[in-house]
Design a binder for this molecule. Structure first.
Ligand code: HEC
Ligand SMILES: [Cu+2]
Length: 343
């Protein structure tokens, strides 16, 4: 017998590497197999049901097949022709009815849940309405009932349905929070709708799930679920007057160089991520984590100095393009890192 061990031995590091690679996909869970809300739970249940039925069919068919191969194989000296069962009514009925029953078991809950999850809560007074606009390579969240806009971090109350209106600003993207549910395309010029629920407080990682350009893989966002009271405090804080840099020169530079695209409070434009309270976000650019050494201040400094270094194709000029000195960038980073909302 051939010794297979040397081949296996070489495969072990590869398999170990693959396991590590697949399990090491970031800190917040990106798995649909660990649902944190009813939408993701229903979607997972459907996956389990269909995989279960398919596995059952495979096991039964293979078992019968193997049994028949062994039990009815041609024995030595046997020249007889087996009994012909072509057109046998009993058999025809059995193998038509079994798949029909299986399809019904699979189809009824699938249709019920698919239509249930497509329910439109856009007119529901009790639901929070959020308009999501996907941009290369960032996410804009507009709370239409409150008149506020934020970016990169979606703040939602637990125990309320969140009704999303989804569009794309440039190319096609896809809105996906794996542990909460999804996903749904965001298309330019077309509005898609879906709803999600976030029963547990916490931070959940979201992703763009449609290849949209060189930094597609970096188009992350966070969904942060907080209590209803905390959500209301956040809304109030978002509506408070903008906090501008205390230094007058710096405020001028910030206004002319940054608020042409960005906004803080009532100042500026929303053609780039709204920066109100940016210092309190978990990340800068969706990917630079603020709990790392140096915190938000270092991340903002590094990002503003050269956004392309972190996201190639990001639609933001570097400090050099803006003729900002490193001292300017440091001062702006200090100001923005300190801009946090209490909620
Ligand atoms: C031409 C428009 C434009 C200008 C001018 C601009 N930005 Fe940006 N900025 C963007 C865009 C677009 C993004 C999102 C990039 C991405 O993530 O793909 C961004 C992202 C950011 C972020 C990350 C926000 C977050 O929550 O992750 C910060 C911080 C930032 N900009 C600061 C600044 C500062 C400070 C200035 C002025 C020195 C500035 N920007 C000037 C377009 C601009
Ligand atoms: Cu995208």
């Amino acid at each position: 017998m051939m010794n297979r061990w040397p081949v296996m031995k070489r495969l072990i590091p590869l398999l170990t590497g693959l396991v590590l690679l697949l399990s090491g996909c970031g800190r917040e869970d990106l798995s649909t197999l660990n649902p944190q809300g009813p939408v993701a739970e229903k979607q997972l249940d459907l996956m389990k049901l269909s995989i279960g039925i398919m596995a059952l069919v495979v096991v039964v068919v293979f078992a019968i097949c193997i049994y028949v191969l062994i039990r009815f194989r041609r024995r030595k000296g046997d020249k007889s022709i087996p009994k012909q069962v072509e057109g046998n009514h009993t058999l025809e009925i059995i193998w038509t009815v079994i798949p029909l029953v299986l399809l019904l078991i699979l189809g009824v809950p699938t249709i019920k849940d698919v239509f249930g999850l497509a329910k439109d809560y856009s007119k529901d007074k009790d639901a929070v309405q959020v308009k999501v606009t996907a941009h290369q390579y960032w996410w804009e969240f507009e709370y239409t009932d409150y008149g506020i806009t934020t970016a990169q971090e979606l703040i939602v109350p637990t125990d309320k349905k969140i009704s999303f209106e989804l569009v794309g600003a440039d190319v096609k993207h896809s809105f996906w929070i794996p542990s909460i549910g999804g996903k749904m395309d965001t298309n330019p010029g077309v509005t898609n709708r879906m709803y999600l629920e976030f029963p547990k407080e916490g931070v959940f990682r979201g992703k763009c799930a449609e290849l949209c350009g060189p930094s597609h893989a970096l188009m992350d966002f966070k969904a942060k679920a907080v209590s209803e009271a905390s959500f209301q405090r956040w809304v109030t804080a978002m509506k408070a007057p903008a906090v501008m840099p205390a230094d007058k020169d710096l405020a001028e530079k910030f206004t002319s160089q940054c608020l042409s695209c960005h906004a803080v409070g009532e100042n500026g434009s929303n053609s780039a991520p709204n920066l109100t309270g940016v210092g309190g976000r978990q990340t800068i650019g969706g990917i630079l984590y603020n709990d790392a050494e140096g915190g938000a201040e270092k991340n903002i400094h590094d990002w503003v100095t050269d956004p392309q270094k972190y996201k190639s194709g990001a639609m933001m000029p570097s400090a050099e393009d803006n003729s900002l000195t490193d001292a300017d960038v440091s001062a702006i980073a200090k100001y923005l890192a300190g801009y946090k909302l209490d909620y």
